[in-house]
Design a protein around this ligand. Structure first.
Ligand code: THG
Length: 262
């Protein structure tokens, strides 16, 4: 599974402060720690309060690439903010994200093709968050069709069923998990899937436990990537072990450290 480190996000107080003060050392440290812990990609989000998100995105991409060499997932609702980052990336990037709206797809798909990126597509539209797996499937079909029409390689598409916090939308957990499984039946090659895992536990008092159990269940349903906290060692161990049980890695007594080394 692809681990996308979630920690470079202005939503976190300390990170938001570092971004607004353009404090390189803080960002370099968080980038390096996430990669050392096993992140294969880093999510980059300037956060909701940044006054100049285009400039912040540029600065973040430059700063992170100075500290490590994994590819980046550029996380913004604004296409122009994402493009500022795309102009600078050294490795094949991920656009995070489009949704199923025509206007959004018509803007983001050309951008993804121009810069040869992967693409996360949220299975929602401007009418809001889907209520069940059927609505998620409808959005997924629309997104896949638009990708095919645009000549966008489906190998580069990651569908996001959108995880909601279990304390306010408890019924959505099962809908998300079933969507992860059923999206794969929609086309060949099967679309990849991604979730923003920490959404699941926002506002709860058992964050690590909820994240861990949710991730293992999602992996069992075929999840390909997760935006998550790679510094949560128990979470990483759970992911590695889930893939072992699914026979994706060969067993040895030291499988946790063996997997980390590769
Ligand atoms: N799908 C996609 N992208 C996403 C999300 C998604 N990007 C953003 C988010 N969701 C995933 N990243 C995070 C990052 C942090 C948290 C949750 C998801 C988080 N932050 C603490 C909180 O809100 O409680 C911040 C606390 C603090 O200030 O320290 O939980 O779903 N495609």
């Amino acid at each position: 599974m692809l681990v996308i480190g979630e920690l470079i996000n202005g939503m976190y107080k300390a990170v938001g402060k570092a971004i607004s003060e353009r404090d390189k050392a803080v960002i370099e440290k968080i980038a390096g720690e996430q990669v050392a812990a096993g992140a294969g990609m880093l999510d980059v989000n300037t956060g909701p309060y940044e006054k100049n998100p285009k400039d912040a995105m540029k600065w973040l991409v430059e700063t992170i690439q100075g500290a490590c060499d994994v590819p980046l997932s550029l996380d913004s609702t604004k296409a122009d903010v994402i493009e500022e980052g795309l102009k600078l990336v050294k490795k094949k990037a991920m656009i995070n994200s489009t949704n199923a709206d025509d206007e959004k797809l018509n803007t983001i798909l050309p951008l993804a093709k121009k810069y040869n990126t992967s693409l996360i597509a949220l299975t929602m539209d401007k009418k809001g968050i889907p209520r069940d797996k059927h609505e998620r499937m409808e959005h997924a079909v629309k997104i896949i069709t638009k990708c095919q029409e645009a000549g966008f390689d489906l190998n580069d598409l990651y569908l996001d069923p959108i995880i909601l916090p279990v304390n306010v939308a408890q019924a959505q957990g099962a809908e998300v998990l079933e969507s992860i499984k059923e999206f794969k039946l929609l086309c060949t090659p099967a679309p990849k899937t991604v979730v923003g895992l920490s959404n699941a536990s926002q506002g709860t008092k058992q964050r690590p436990l909820i994240n861990r159990v949710y991730l293992v269940m999602a992996i069992a349903n075929g999840l390909t990537a997760a935006i998550m906290d790679p510094l949560d060692k128990d979470l990483m161990d759970a992911a590695i072990t889930a893939e072992l049980v699914l026979n994706k890695n060969i067993y040895c007594d030291s499988f946790l450290s063996a997997y980390r080394k590769k």
